[in-house]
Design a protein around this ligand. Structure first.
Ligand code: F6P
Length: 358
């Protein structure tokens, strides 16, 4: 048996740990594993791949990025908006299937976010045996309580907040930290709570500048002359829209970025407080996975191989909160998992007096 593994979409810590786990578990069953280079594109002629024998796996558990490369643009780009994907041309699916046959790959493991897994679903419908592994620092995939990469991104954002805390306090400043999170505020709410933020702005809750300034002024009255604000890149003022940082490209979602600077400028104008902004950006996607992500990646990889052995194709491995199971790929795509407004994440923040900007 020969299986292939492909990493797609934006990278994140833990991709290599999944590659390692899949290849190790496959080797244990006497199977061969081939890594497809550069995302799904590597399946097309001239195919680009590397053999993932035991030697190729050295050091992968802790190594950031993906040794296979990845792509979130090009012919296989499927994600066009919130839960929106486009259908790939039939010819592209035929060519992918043909590419797999030429490489002798019987089953493909697709490691990706909602865009890559939507493609995986289309491949499955096209008769390609495939299983999915959920990846995204945004943690916004439906049907799994956790994606890998998220915990590492939260650790990075929390560390940034710890550092910003001391300098904001020394200078009596407001500091706005912009973190990733396009449609879901998971990174912002987790890091905001873990890092002691005073204001957390998430895409799920439209904010008002009056409310943010109210929170800053309330702190001033308590003798706290500094404030930490965390803003997810997808946070929006009530009635307003996303702040984008680049032109719209065909078949791609708009590039977000800049809400932190907009919020900082408004705070300075309305509250008269000296304000700085830090955009954490791709630091959240780089570096080694946390311990938690290493474990999750390893469980996900082992489970993917188990699914293949049981011929359970068209499914995605999923974390249920207590264990690792699987769900149909269809359940995981086409809808996003946002922070529930009635969850303990929100009520905990409110109970502590953290402003959510509403
Ligand atoms: O989907 C994960 C994500 O990190 C989003 O939060 C962000 O908008 C996007 O990727 C940025 O991707 P890139 O800069 O690689 O196009």
């Amino acid at each position: 048996m020969k299986i292939g593994i492909v990493t797609g979409g934006g990278d994140c810590p833990g991709l290599n740990a999944v590659i390692r786990a899949v290849a190790k578990a496959a080797t244990k069953r006497g199977w061969e594993t081939i890594g497809i280079i550069g995302g799904y594109q590597g399946l097309l002629a001239p195919q680009q791949f590397r053999v993932l024998d035991y030697k190729a796996l050295d050091g992968l558990l802790v190594r950031g990025g993906t040794i296979l490369g990845t792509a979130n643009r090009g012919q296989f780009s499927a994600k066009t908006g919130h839960g929106e994907t486009r259908r790939l041309p039939r010819q592209l699916l035929d060519d992918s299937k043909h590419g797999m046959e030429q490489l002798g790959i019987e089953v493909l493991v697709s490691v990706g976010g909602d865009g890559s897994l939507a493609i995986a679903q289309q491949m499955h419908e096209h008769g390609i045996p495939i299983v999915g592994v959920p990846k995204t620092i945004d943690n916004d995939l439906a049907a799994t309580t956790m994606t890998f990469g998220f915990d590492s991104a939260v650790a990075c954002a929390t560390d940034a907040l710890d550092r910003l805390h001391t300098t904001a306090e020394s200078h009596n400043r407001v500091i706005v930290l912009e973190v990733m999170g396009r449609y879901a505020g998971w990174i912002a709410i987790y890091a905001g709570v873990a890092g002691g933020a005073d204001v957390i702005l998430i895409p799920e809750i439209p904010f008002s500048y009056g409310s943010i300034c109210g929170a800053i002024q309330a702190r001033e009255k308590l003798g706290k002359h500094f404030t930490l604000v965390v803003a997810a890149e997808g946070a929006k003022p009530a009635g307003g829209d996303f702040v984008t940082s680049g032109g719209q490209q065909q078949n791609r979602e708009a590039r977000l970025g800049g809400i932190g600077a907009v919020v900082a400028a408004e705070i300075e104008k309305r509250c008269g407080k000296e304000t700085r902004v830090v955009v954490l950006g791709h630091l959240q996607r780089g570096g080694s996975p946390t311990n938690m992500d290493r474990v999750l990646c390893t469980m996900f990889g082992a489970k993917a191989v188990e699914l293949i052995a049981a011929k359970q194709f068209g499914r995605m491995v999923a974390h249920t909160g207590t264990t690792v199971d699987s769900v149909p790929l269809l359940e995981a795509t086409g809808q996003l998992r946002t922070v529930p407004l009635d969850s303990a994440y929100i009520s905990t923040a409110r109970a502590l007096g953290i402003s959510l900007g509403d």
